[in-house]
Design a protein around this ligand. Structure first.
Ligand SMILES: Cc1cc2nc3c(=O)[nH]c(=O)nc-3n(C[C@H](O)[C@H](O)[C@H](O)COP(=O)(O)OP(=O)(O)OC[C@H]3O[C@@H](n4cnc5c(N)ncnc54)[C@H](O)[C@@H]3O)c2cc1C
Length: 412
């Protein structure tokens, strides 16, 4: 049994597992407890809507570490264990089992959970969400026999589910409140890339549409009714209408909570003994000069490592640029950077939009805020460099695939 202080991590998913690893890598010899409500060893979620859902990725490939890694690294991994309260004065956690566990430092990687459909019928069998490996396995089974699927929400998860359902041979209707899929993230200029892609795969879009009710029979959901009265028949309804950070524990414990658990750039919450990272954290980003909550895999890989270093007393300012990726059909994309809502004034396309091999840049005042490479690879670092460089670019040079990206600055 390791001696010394006890560090506890609440949330045994990718973020929690990465933090535990970083504590040991950083030479921490005290006790580490990693507590998770799910019964599964910590795993990665991106395959749940891609290869694992489609049956092309093995179950073993989704886990953050081999099962024996935890014991080998003296991590007290407690699965199927919910933390129900934090007593910050006693530095003690209450578990659902009635047990208490003390901590010297605490990291909250409690993640996020799907927003539920707020309409009549939404509790019926056959209305599904996709967050956990159990959800993914249930959905895979459903897709194996369903002939019609309704997807509510044309965000990343909804569109990846639509692609998986088409792959399984089901007819798919996607219902989206906005005028275009991914409109809030990509804006109208680039969102059409994804509308066209899915339409080419025979996905039926209902845009600017509101779901007013889930239609239900004795066996469960039979479809969706829209606010304009249209009925869409479906064997299952999958809702991907966003996630909410799991902030309940932190809020009840009196920590500063807004749309996430508020931290400084060192991932410290308003209590210096408590840290937060991953989907649950609203962390100050020193380069972007704002608090950001990033609901993406790369952030869940890297931010908890920074939090662990911070817990070990190292100087930390977590300043990685937000990054995410998606795969749908034969389209792979990566997005680097951050555009505040409505915060860009120019969009530059570089490459072949027709063949879907391009990079899209979002600019403000001539400076690159973000870039999305679609079926073009190994450019993430260069896009990041343009953003960090902060100098105005020449839009003509930026758009020209013959000009190397590092030479796109105005006056180059
Ligand atoms: C289907 C799916 C596909 C995705 N695909 C992509 C992708 O392609 N690209 C990308 O960039 N990102 C993707 N993401 C997002 C990415 O997976 C998340 O950003 C990442 O999982 C966040 O990790 P986390 O450790 O912060 O939180 P989570 O993964 O949400 O884990 C939090 C864990 O904490 C546990 N927990 C919460 N409260 C308690 C408590 N009180 N007691 C005990 N345990 C608790 C939860 O049970 C959960 O296991 C995807 C997400 C999903 C769901």
């Amino acid at each position: 049994m390791p001696a010394g202080p006890t560090f506890v991590i609440v949330g045994a998913s990718l973020g929690g597992a990465r933090a535990a690893e970083a504590l040991r890598d950083g030479g921490f010899e005290g006790q580490i407890a990693l507590i998770g409500a799910e019964e599964h060893y910590p795993y990665e979620r991106p395959p749940l809507s891609k290869g694992y859902l489609q049956g092309s990725a093995e179950r073993q490939s989704i886990f953050a570490h081999d099962d024996d890694w935890y014991a080998a690294n003296a991590i007290d991994l407690r699965l199927g264990t919910s933390v129900t309260g934090i007593d910050r004065d006693l530095r003690q956690l209450a578990l659902a089992s009635g047990e208490a566990i003390g901590y010297d430092k605490l990291l909250l990687t409690t993640g996020a959970e799907p927003v539920r459909l707020p309409v009549p019928g939404a509790d019926a069998n056959g209305v599904m969400y996709l967050r956990t490996v159990d959800d993914s396995e249930r959905l895979r089974q459903t897709l194996a026999s369903a002939s019609r699927i309704a997807v509510v929400g044309a965000g990343w998860i909804g569109l990846e589910v639509a692609a998986a359902a088409r792959h399984a041979g089901a007819a798919v209707t996607v219902i989206e409140a906005a005028e275009l899929p991914l409109l809030g993230v990509l804006g109208p200029e680039a969102a059409t890339i994804f509308l066209d892609l899915h339409r080419e795969h025979d996905v039926d879009f209902r845009l600017s549409a509101q779901v007013s009710e889930i239609q239900v029979s004795a066996d469960g959901a039979t479809g969706v009714r829209l606010a304009d009265g249209t009925a869409i028949a479906a064997d299952a309804v999958i809702a991907g209408i966003g996630v909410r950070p799991r902030t309940g524990l932190a809020a009840v414990a009196g920590l500063d909570v807004r749309d996430g658990i508020v931290t400084d750039a060192a991932l410290r919450t308003s209590d210096p003994a408590v840290y937060a990272a991953g989907d649950a954290a609203l962390a100050y980003h020193p380069l972007l000069g704002t608090h950001l909550r990033v609901e993406h895999w790369s952030n869940a890989r890297h931010q908890p490592v920074a939090a662990a270093r911070s817990m070990l007393g190292q100087e930390v300012a977590y300043d990685r640029l937000p990054y995410f990726f998606s795969d749908q059909y034969d389209l792979g994309m990566e997005y680097t950077g951050y555009v505040p809502r409505g915060g860009y004034d120019q969009v530059v396309f570089r490459g072949d939009a027709g063949k879907r091999e391009l990079i899209v840049f979002w600019l403000s005042g001539g400076r690159v805020l973000a870039g999305m490479n679609v079926n073009v690879w190994d450019v993430t670092d260069q896009i990041g460099q343009l953003i960090l460089d902060g100098r105005p670019v020449d839009p003509g040079r930026l758009a020209d695939p013959g000009v190397p990206l590092p030479e796109a600055a105005a006056g180059s």
